[in-house]
Ligand binder design. Sequence first.
Ligand SMILES: Cc1cc2nc3c(=O)[nH]c(=O)nc-3n(C[C@H](O)[C@H](O)[C@H](O)COP(=O)(O)O)c2cc1C
Length: 364
Amino acid sequence: MPALFDSYKLNGVTLRNRLAVSPMCQYQAHDGMVNDWHRVHYESFARGGAGAVIMEATAVAPEGRITWADLGLWNDAQAEAMQPIVQSIAKWGAAPGIQIAHAGRKASANRPWEGDDHIPLGEPNSWETIAPSPLAFGASLPRVPREMTLEDIARVQSDTVKAVTRARDIGIQWLQLHMAHGYLAQNFFSPISNQRTDKYGGSPENRSRYLLETLIAVRKVWPADRVLSVRLGLIEFFGDDDAMLDQALTLLNSMKNEGLDFVDVSMGFNTPEANIPWAPNFLAPVAEKVRTSTGLPASTSWYISDAATADALIREEKLDVVTMGRPFLSDPHWPYHAAKTIGVKNAAKLTLPSPYAHWLARYR
Ligand SMILES: Cc1cc2nc3c(=O)[nH]c(=O)nc-3n(C[C@H](O)[C@H](O)[C@H](O)COP(=O)(O)O)c2cc1C
């Protein structure tokens, strides 16, 4: 029976434990480039004992950023600047990961603490948004996106492959394609945002096409000994969610046949009218369903914040990995405290580098 602090091996990648830092946008970049903020931020999680550190949503093209301050991998200079951070994460014992993203109709927004709303076109840091259909998200994101042409679709898929190739070349081990949270891939998958009448819209199969094609294209450049994962919004808490979940499981089975290794289970965030039943641990049953009905290993996050629950989810084989966000923001040494709380032997040695572990091993 695996436990939270047992290692986890998938393909040629071994995590020292089953805790991964979930991608979290920092909105601190200029022109998509990392800087000292990102270095300190990501290194602290690796030094703090996480098994994997999945860097934030990183845009494949400038128009795919949520805000002007998102990271990007649309040019080689961005990759070159990111490489030392990737190397540091690995040096401190965590598997370096990244989330590759395009924000679709939610792009061109202000940073969360500056309004979290669309910047009107024509103002600084605004740009035209694109999506499968000319339908706005609504509420604070009212901009109607331009409907993507077939050429746009091919171009964004090609940008995605190029960004993934850069991630590969700088040593990323755990790749996560962002297919959730109301961004471009989810815009295609969901009937709320996709009303196309061509081969990319209409039936579930057609709405899945963009996602499956992208996965297939990425698989061609992503090494077999690393991890290829998707973060999928399997449930929207709006409309017919049973149908949505069935379609998502069908899509995941197709992706598995095309070489998908791992799924992070998340939700749609594709309409402001969603009625999300926030509660501790509330997506774990969906992840369990993914594991049992597709056979794919899975993780989830969302309000899994105490050590005993995280450990139980692994021991009961409901999850393969626990992805966590805010607990790591409040304490990059969360793994150390968690290991102590649940009575793991040698907690300090297991989760901390020697200059810390030596002193803390005997400290209560
Ligand atoms: C500051 C912040 C930024 C986030 N940015 C991203 C992101 O870049 N990509 C993503 O898929 N989810 C993002 N999320 C969601 C987290 O990955 C995670 O799923 C969420 O915080 C729930 O996990 P938690 O309850 O452990 O915090 C973000 C969350 C926070 C708090």
